[in-house]
Design a binder for this molecule. Sequence first.
Ligand code: GLU
Length: 448
Amino acid sequence: MDILDLIKSRDPNEREFHQAVTEVVESIKPVLDRNPHYRSANILERIVEPERVIMFRVPWVDDDNNIRVNRGFRIEMNSAIGPYKGGLRFHPSVNLGILKFLAFEQVFKNALTSLPMGGGKGGSDFDPKGKSNMEIMRFCQSFMTELSRHIGPNTDVPAGDIGVGAREIGFMFGQYKRLRNEFTGVLTGKGLDWGGSLVRPEATGYGAVYFAAEMLAVDGRTLKDTRSLVSGSGNVAQYAMEKLIELGSIPVTFSDSSGYIYDEKGVDQEKLAFIKELKNVRFGRVSEYAEEYPEAVYVPVDPTADCNPLWNHKADCAFPCATQNEINPKDAANIVANGVNVVSEGANMPTMPEGVDLFIQEKIMYAPGKAANAGGVSVSGLEMSQNSMRISWSREEVDNRLRVIMKNIHKRCLDTAQYYGTPRNYVNGANISGFTKVADAMMDLGVV
Ligand code: GLU
């Protein structure tokens, strides 16, 4: 049976997982043709099946003494090249299919970093929005009480993702330490005072911008004096904007689930400080930015619209840093029509497949998330190394390593795409290069 038919018949409702697998399978066809041993060892069938899926009840008590129940998950997808590694997402949209897509992407992303990390992902359908600090703490403690049985510094090392930042990692680390009586590097994205790494908060956003700079450098160009569309306003978007400003690009948009901001003059360091305070301290909405800076326009989300107007502004670069499938085919057409020729994905799988096809057909420099946003998990890998050595590297040391890693990922993708006859197709480059590393390791390890 064809692998796509197999996963669709086995798990018919996991739409995002089917989408992620389809993209990889299309890219690696020429690899399977040239290397029949992968087919005879049934690597594809093995790589799409998680090594282990853990699903559990997360009971907790809210501030009004009501007992609440959420669902917790950890997908341990592939450990052929290292312990499972990947974030935890707390968002009401979380379900098994979403986490399987994220875990699947993570396997290839982590392989691209060149660090020894397998792939995993987890989370809960818990909605942190509007919850008190104490509710967040009680939820995190309950979630970790079960998760702690399944993870460990040499087994599975979770981190943050949407809805899980330093605060949540802190509560979960505290609970793990208490339950196990062990201070270990079991989570990454930790606070600096208790085992975290410098540059981890910045790493995903900075990395996506470093990757864009590498793509431009192939043509002898830079980000200086370009205009950039950014979506999202969380950790990834904030630090993408910070690095863009530093490298001379002008971010003109950003967003949250309520709407988006268009700032013709661009976000500068001072305005960015306002966004960070708004989002990280006050947990406010982006509309407040337009109240503070009246030259900016706030556009609320229109649920009946067939496209997102954020992507319909003149610009040179686009950095989708919000969530999966945020760029539909019409948005992709608008991006192309507005003169954008660099797209670097800070989010995981933000572009729908027809959009990806359009970018490739129009010869846009398009970097898929598994390559462009690998900076986050790379610095998580560096956090693990520092924890094992019981030392902390300086900001320069970590940032330099991050730059080198992003440069190498870019080169690997570029060279692989060229070798397989699809020059500058970063989708093929990333998928093939990630796949061969994991597949070769699986071959070496036997049928396990
Ligand atoms: N959630 C991030 C990602 O999608 C980071 C994972 C990690 O640091 O383990 O890659």
